[in-house]
Design a protein around this ligand. Structure first.
Ligand SMILES: C[S@@+](CC[C@H](N)C(=O)[O-])C[C@H]1O[C@@H](n2cnc3c(N)ncnc32)[C@H](O)[C@@H]1O
Length: 231
């Protein structure tokens, strides 16, 4: 299946994401890290270029999982524990990590997003963080162009096309999906406008949902309201 050039080069991917989202690209990883205990072992599922690894505090450990062989090989060459794996196969995840992080990945796996989330909820570890970029103000042409740029080469292109034309996540629809798929425990959800750039009327927002399993301890360390949070 065809894939976007962005998914053939780690440096191109990072440059495009920084261009599109400005500070919002790194800000989301910092927000995720702020949710987790200082000694968390993060399993970053759909890790892409493992950009998050460099932004975690020193006491945290990192493992990335992705099907993109180029990204995984580049990350391993930088000394990062990155592994080839299908994120949809939740039962095959390595056992050690205490925190599962899903960053900007849900829109890649439609139409499997609900069953995927349900499995993550059933296999809850100490922490689970779901983080997704939401776009407002885009037109149909921009959404199709965005999909062509974002085509990873192994997901269901037609399902993704339908999703981007008619069913893109909004704050309300993603919150409803999360509540359906993972009815308990209750998550802490925040939705913030990215401090990045506004592009031709399009604005980017980040929705972050944090679940804690029985031994989770991270939420106490988090302030009630992060700066710039949208109610
Ligand atoms: C938009 S990138 C997000 C990368 C990174 N998590 C971030 O926040 O920048 C989505 C990633 O999910 C990966 N991906 C999509 N479907 C996957 C699957 N079924 N198994 C493993 N990785 C997958 C893609 O290869 C891509 O690297």
């Amino acid at each position: 299946m065809l894939r976007s050039p962005m998914y053939g080069s780690s440096s191109l991917y990072n440059r495009i994401l920084s261009f599109l989202h400005g500070d919002g690209y790194e800000d989301r990883f910092q927000r995720i890290a702020a949710r987790l205990p200082a000694d968390a072992w993060v399993l970053d599922v759909g890790c892409g270029t493992c950009h998050m690894a460099a932004l975690l505090p020193a006491g945290m450990r990192y493992t990335g999982l992705d099907l993109n062989q180029r990204f995984v090989a580049d990350a391993r060459a930088r000394g990062i524990d990155a592994r080839i794996g299908d994120v949809l196969d939740v039962s095959s995840y390595p056992e050690g990590p205490t925190a599962v992080v899903v960053s900007d990945m849900l829109h890649h796996i439609v139409p499997h997003e609900e069953s995927f989330l349900r499995q993550l909820g059933q296999a809850l570890r100490s922490d689970l963080v779901i983080c997704e970029t939401l776009t407002t103000g885009s037109n149909a042409l921009q959404r199709v162009a965005g999909l062509l740029l974002d085509n990873d080469g192994f997901n269901d292109f037609r399902a993704r096309l339908r999703f981007h034309l008619w069913g893109e996540f909004t704050e309300a629809s993603l919150t409803a999906l999360l509540n359906r798929a993972i009815p308990a425990p209750p998550p802490r959800i925040e939705c913030t406008e990215n401090p990045g750039k506004v592009r031709r009327g399009m604005r980017f927002h980040t929705l972050l949902a944090h679940y804690q399993g029985p031994s989770g301890t991270g939420a106490e360390a988090v302030p009630e309201q992060l700066p710039g949070a949208v109610e």
